[in-house]
Design a protein around this ligand. Structure first.
Ligand SMILES: *Cc1c(COP(=O)(O)O)cnc(C)c1O
Length: 429
């Protein structure tokens, strides 16, 4: 079976992480060094994760309860949960799915005097132009929060200079992961200092906790090697379980009630030291190779429909495609020995709010309902591409399964609700 993806860290760094976990040095100096590397002007803060960082930012901001936050309509669930935990009201803003840019008309239609912030996420490895958003935020006196968790490409982008906060993630499924870690850069160095001061009151992630992560993701990394994955998928089949579900359960995040306590930690020394090493050692040529491979995968079928087709910049973190009947396509690919999944990135479309009239996030919902992530990792070779081409062509010829979206996805255009039809997050790219 061709596995869906791979954790983006080598065995050498996993061993190094283990050694760092028993190194007694302190987290504070490692944090200062990493922050100076990310931004020599003192505007960076290293956090346990992007979610931890967002929580800190919101605690420092202390916006009035009920403030509206415009949110680009597709992001990970936890980001929305964190806004809600701070008594803020997330308002989804629809996306142009071809360009993966926030829809300007929706933005203008949804902003109110009670709106205080705009949170936008660059998706799938693309990066939307920030200038129009900077201008919009300035015009309406909004804080601009830029989520770059999926957009790291090693080419020196640290966020738009006019965004109030730009957040990068090095969590387990992200590019150049350190099995955790977030880097936030602030426009205003005073804001960075306040967030740093608040963070210093949090307990430090323990070394055993970090070691347990290293062990867990080393195991998953081993499982995602082709031979092991083939056995794993076969074993799941023999036991009558879905391997997709088993993997989803293995990497599931925290439940809503335990989210804040779990993310309110400072990063440990081994995490910070490993992240510093990962960042200084990163070769951007890896991204060039990744883009080339993505283009080869997408090239197997010229008729392929996909989000981000016309994105201005794209480093292809994952390779999503749009199909009318994603469950059927996944099953067809699985039976051809190709792993594909609906849940790779943990993304979801924000629930629509009845009050948003003509500005419901219709396109975001329609796209998420049709998204399948193709397998994507450096181990994919020419023969795999041939297999993928054949399997996609076969899946396209087969008639749609009964009951599965009988109107071919058109319903989505008028009904963006039905959050229950969205895929469950499954963590692995
Ligand atoms: C991964 C991700 C996050 C969360 O990053 P963590 O560092 O794991 O908290 C936030 N937003 C998006 C869009 C992501 O993909």
């Amino acid at each position: 079976m061709i596995p869906r993806g791979q954790i983006d860290i080598g065995w050498t760094d996993l061993v190094r992480a283990t050694l760092l976990a028993v190194d007694p040095r302190s987290a504070s100096r490692a944090a200062a060094r990493l922050e100076h590397f990310w931004d020599p002007d003192g505007r960076a803060v290293a956090t346990l994760s992007v979610r931890s960082g967002l929580d800190l930012v919101l605690r420092v901001l202390d916006l009035p309860p009920g403030s509206r936050v415009l949110v680009s309509a597709i992001t990970i669930r936890d980001m929305v949960t964190i806004l809600e935990e701070h008594d803020l009201e997330p308002v989804p803003v629809d996306l142009d799915m071809d360009r993966l840019e926030v829809d300007g008309d929706a933005l203008r239609g949804l902003v109110t005097p009670g709106t205080r912030a705009l949170l936008v996420a660059h998706l799938f490895g693309s990066r939307m132009p920030m200038e129009p958003l900077v201008e919009f935020a300035r015009e309406h006196d909004l804080l601009l929060l830029e989520d770059c968790a999926q957009a790291y490409d090693g080419n020196g982008y640290r966020g738009h200079p006019e965004a109030d906060v730009s957040m990068f993630s090095f969590g387990p499924i992200k590019t150049n992961t350190a099995l955790g870690g977030g880097l936030l850069r602030f426009r205003d160095p005073r804001a960075a200092r306040r967030v740093r001061a608040l963070q210093s009151t949090l307990p430090v992630q323990t070394r055993p906790a970090y070691l347990a992560r290293v062990a867990k993701y080393a195991a998953i990394r081993g499982l995602l090697a082709r031979a092991a994955f083939t056995l794993f998928a076969a074993a799941c089949r023999a036991l009558g379980r879905s391997h997709d579900r088993v993997l989803a359960d293995a990497v599931r995040g925290f439940g809503r009630s335990s989210l804040l306590p779990a993310i309110r930690r400072r990063p440990s020394y081994p995490l910070l030291a490993l992240l510093h090493r990962r960042l200084t050692g990163f070769r951007p040529a890896r991204i060039t190779a990744r883009v080339r491979l993505a283009n080869r995968i997408l090239g197997v079928d010229p008729g392929i429909s996909r989000p981000g087709r016309r994105a201005r910049r794209h480093s292809h973190w994952v390779v999503p495609i749009l199909v009318p009947d994603p469950d059927r396509v996944c099953r067809a690919l699985w039976s051809a020995g190709i792993d594909a999944t609906r849940g790779a990135s943990s993304l979801f479309a924000l629930p629509p709010r009845g009050t948003d009239g003509p500005h419901l996030p219709v396109r975001a919902h329609a796209a998420m309902r049709r998204t399948v992530y193709l397998p994507f990792h450096p181990g994919i070779g020419r023969r795999d591409l041939d297999r993928l081409r054949a399997a996609l062509a076969k899946a396209a010829r087969e008639p749609s399964a009964s009951g599965a979206n009988p109107d071919g996805g058109k319903r989505a255009a008028s009904d963006p609700s039905l959050p229950g039809t969205q895929p469950r997050p499954a963590g692995i790219p």
